[in-house]
Design a protein around this ligand. Sequence first.
Ligand code: MGD
Ligand code: MGD
Ligand code: MO
Length: 678
Amino acid sequence: MTVHTTACPRNCYSTCAMRVTVEQGRVTAIDPHEGNLATAEGPCLKGLSYLERQASPERILHPMKRTATGAFERVGWDEALDLITRHLETARRAHGPQSVFYYAASGTKGLLNSCGPAFWRQFGGCTTTYGDLCWPAGLEATRLTFGDNRQSAPWDIAHSRLIVMWGKNASETNLHQMRFVHQALERGARLVVIDPRRTPTADRAHLLLQPRPGTDGALALGLAHLLIEDGQVDLGFIREHVLGYEAFAAQVKAWTPIRTAQVCGLPEAQLLELADLMGQVAPMSICAGFGMQRYTNGGQTMRAIQALLPLTGNLGKPGAGWVYANLATQIFGHLKDPLDFYPPEQPDGVVRVSVSTARLGTDMLAQQDPPLKVGWVERGNPAAQNPETPAVLAALRALDFLVVVDERLTDTAREAHLVLPSKSLFEQTDVIGAYWHAYLQLRQKVVEPPGEVRPETEIYRALGQRLGLGPEELAFLPEPDDAGVEAWLEARLAPHGLSLGQLREGPVLAPGAEEVAFADLHFTTPSGKVELLSEEAVARWGVAALPDFTPPVESQAAGGGRHPLQLLTPNTKNSIHSQFLPLQVIRQLMPGPSLEMGPEDAHLRGLKEGERVRVFNDRGNLELPLRISFGMRPGTVAAFNGFGAEDGGSVNLLSLGRETDLGFGAGFHDNLVEVERA
Ligand SMILES: Nc1nc2c(c(=O)[nH]1)N[C@H]1C(S)=C(S)[C@@H](COP(=O)(O)OP(=O)(O)OC[C@H]3O[C@@H](n4cnc5c(=O)[nH]c(N)nc54)[C@H](O)[C@@H]3O)O[C@H]1N2
Ligand SMILES: Nc1nc2c(c(=O)[nH]1)N[C@H]1C(S)=C(S)[C@@H](COP(=O)(O)OP(=O)(O)OC[C@H]3O[C@@H](n4cnc5c(=O)[nH]c(N)nc54)[C@H](O)[C@@H]3O)O[C@H]1N2
Ligand SMILES: [Mo]
C-alpha cells in the first residue's frame, strides 16, 4: 500500500488537493490533503467518485473504429495510427494543413496539454478555435476595469462584513468557498445572493434578489445611482484611483429606482435595501460567478457590477474586492489573451485559421478556404457542451474523418470514425494550476494506464513518427517514460524557482500569489486607475466606453420573442458538465435531467410535478420530467447542462451560437422557450 499526494484536475474552482491510497495497482481510498488551505476538508462527492470512475465499465481501453453499422469495433494501435496518418496526409496534400481542425476544451488541467497545439504547429498549422465557453466575458471585463484578473486568497472573504454572491452558486460549484463564507457569517457578516433561481447558496442569505435574467447590468447601474444620490460613495478613493467617475455618475442619473425596478423585475424596496447595505457595510466582497456573463451583454454587465467596488472604496483591503478569477497560477503562459488566435496571422509564421467556439458548428461549416476535412477532438465534448448542438453535429458529420480522444463514448465520440482512449488523472504526472486559489499542484501518476491506454503525448509521438517528423521536430514532447515526463515538467518549473520535489510534498503557492489583491492600489490599466471609462473597451470590442445596459438579444428583457420563458442551463452539483453523469454513485443522487419551473408558470400551463414536458423553441425540443420549484423566478425555467443523447439530448439543442460582447464567450442564456405537456 502506498499513499500519494495528488490533485483533481477538473475544470472547477476548487481544484482540490487529495491524498490517494494505492493497493495492487488500483486507487482504493481518496482522502483530504490539508496542504491546500482552500480545500483542506477534502474533495466533494465527484472527487470521491474517482474510485468508481477509474475503472468504470464505460471507460475506453483501446482504439475503436466505427463500422458501417455505426457500432464501434476494437482495432490495434498500428491500424488506428495508420488510418489517421493516411487521412491527415491526404487532406494536407489536397487542401493544405488548415483543412485539419483541432478542437480541445476543458476536460483536464495540465501543462502537458500544450503538446496538442505544439503538435499541430509541427504538422504545418491547422484550423482551431478562438474564444471559450466558460468565462471570457468576465475575464475581459475584469482586465479592462482593473488591469488584471487578480483576487485575494480564498480565505480572505472570511474578513468581509458584506458578501454579495452575484450569479454564483458556490454551494454547488465551489463548495469549499462556503466554508469561508460561513466563517464570515459567524462573525456577523451579511450575505446577499443575486440569482433568478433560489439556489442552496441562498440558504443562509439575508437578502435574495431574483432579477429578470440578463438584467444585472441595469441592477448594478441602479445601485450606483442610489449610492451616488445618497452620498454613500468614497469620494477620496474615487479621486485618487478611478477614471471616468463624472461621466459614469452622469450616465447613472437615468437609472432611477423606478426604472431599474421595472427593467429588473424587482421590488424597489429590495434595491434600496441592497444599496444601503453596500453604502454602509464594509468591507464588501463581490463574488461574481459566471451565470450573468453567459449572455450577449455579459461583458458590459460585469463592468457595471465591478463599478460598485471602486465607488464604495472596496478594493485593496482585507475582506474587500472582486472575487471572480485568480490567474496567479497561470505563470506558464497557457491562458491566452482572447485576441491571440484572432486575427489568424501568427507571429511564428504558421498560418492558423480560427473559428468561433461559441458558433462552432456554423463557423466550421462556413470554412471554405480551405474546407475542413479531418477533425481531432480532445478533452472536449462539443456535441453536448457547445451552443447549437444540431449545427455542431452537422459540422462534425461533414468531415471526411473525425478522431476523438476521450475516456468514454461521449456524444462527440459517437460521431467519430476513430476513438482513441485517454488516460485518467491517476495515469500521467502533470502540473496543474487553478482559478480560485493560487496553488500549483502535482497531479501524480499513481497507477499504470489500464488496457492499451496511452497518454496523449505518446499518441502524438507515434503519429508524428508516422508523418515523418524527426526527433528534433518532436522535441516539444517529453521522452516517453515517466522520467521523461518528470524532466519535461522540471524544466518548466525551474525558471520559476519551483521543483517537482516540492510539489510532491504538497500544494505550493504560485510565486506572486497575494493575500489581498491590489493592496498597493496600483492598477495595470492604461491609466493606472480603475477604469470605469475604458477607451480600450471601445477600440477592442466596439462597446460603449462606460458600462451600459442593453438587454440580451434573445430575452424577456428585450421584449421577448416568439417564446415566453427564459431558459437557464446552469451547472449541477453532481457533475462537471458531462463528465460524471454515467457513474452509478452519481445516478443514485440524480437519476436524470429535469426541467425546473415555478408553480405559477406550471399552473398557467396546467402542468404537474413529475409529468413529462416538451421544452421547445424554433431551434429544437427536449422532453424532460417537470419539477416544480418554488425557488424559480416566474417566467424563468432551468435545466442543468451536461446531459446528452442517452438522457434525451443536450440542453444545447435549444441554444444558439452567439458570442458575448467581450472576450468571445458564449451567450448560452440568450434562450427563450415554451413548455407544454409532452
Ligand atoms: N459541481 C460543479 N461545479 C463546477 C462545475 C460543474 O459543472 N459542476 N463547473 C465548473 C465550471 S467550468 C464553471 S464555469 C463554474 C461555474 O460556476 P457558477 O458561476 O457558480 O455556475 P453557473 O451555473 O454557470 O451559474 C451560476 C448561477 O448564475 C445564475 N444565473 C443565470 N443567469 C443569471 C442572470 O441573468 N443573473 C444572475 N444574477 N444570475 C444568473 C444561475 O441560475 C446559476 O445559479 O463552476 C465550476 N464548478
Ligand atoms: N447550455 C450550456 N452549455 C454549457 C454551459 C452552460 O452553462 N450552459 N457551460 C459551459 C462551460 S462553463 C464549460 S467550461 C463547457 C465545458 O465543455 P467541455 O470541456 O467540452 O465539457 P466536459 O463535459 O467537461 O467534457 C470534457 C471531456 O474531456 C474528457 N477528458 C477528461 N480528461 C481527459 C484527458 O485527460 N484527456 C482527454 N483526451 N480527454 C479527457 C472527458 O471525458 C469529457 O468527455 O461547457 C459549456 N456548456
Ligand atoms: Mo466553465
